[in-house]
Design a protein around this ligand. Sequence first.
Ligand code: ADP
Ligand code: MG
Length: 245
Amino acid sequence: MAEKNDFIIQTKGLTKEYPFGEATIKAINGIDFALERGEYATIVGPSGSGKTTFLNLIGTIDNPTAGEIFFNGVNLTQMPNKDIRDIRRNKIGFVFQAFNLLEILTTAENIALPMIINGTPTSEREERVYELLEVIGLPDRGDHFPMELSGGQRQRVAIARALANKPELILLDEPTGQLDSNTSREIIDYLMKINEEEGVTLVVVTHEDMIAKEAKRPLTILDGKIYEGILESFLDIKAIEEGTL
Ligand code: ADP
Ligand code: MG
């Protein structure tokens, strides 16, 4: 059943449990959440609070134990696997902390991969790769291998790959976690530009206060539940983890 609203993602009672000996761990504990198209949201939260699990669930690369996820108003839990796969391939882009580039492929080939998978014709694909290399500021690095690039450049390639099929939603799991602060700034500026100019919806999991704060919609995940804003209790937990409290 399609619901009429402007939400790209909506969850109802979203729950993910993992078996743990005799007991279970509730990684995601009944989340009711809605994200409007074109929003820029960030998520902070202590390690183990459920951030990655939440991204994987709304990104359709993991299945909930209970609850529902709606993508553009359509209930994913009732959708045939083939349709979910189409959404995952064409409407959603992923960027992981560890880049996940294939070392045996060049920059251009890595960026082309999602288009090869969904059968984009060669000429269109080549044009898009060229365009994306321009967007990420690496027009002359198409023939380079990932190992020949810096951390920031590799993450820009991972972002270009996530953008290849012109997704409506990009999910980024600590994309700047391994980058210095200048490069991290540069990556976030690219993302904000894509969000503003192309209306792509962004969800960025981050541990950097500066990045978290400047989003239109900062969120916190604590113990498998999501909250609006950056919670003070999270800042306390962070201070304890960092030994500054
Ligand atoms: P975060 O990304 O916020 O650090 P995660 O979403 O990775 O947290 O993990 C949330 C909780 O779920 C943690 O307690 C973690 O140990 C548990 N968890 C995550 N993935 C698995 C898994 N595949 N099997 C068992 N437990 C898991
Ligand atoms: Mg994580």
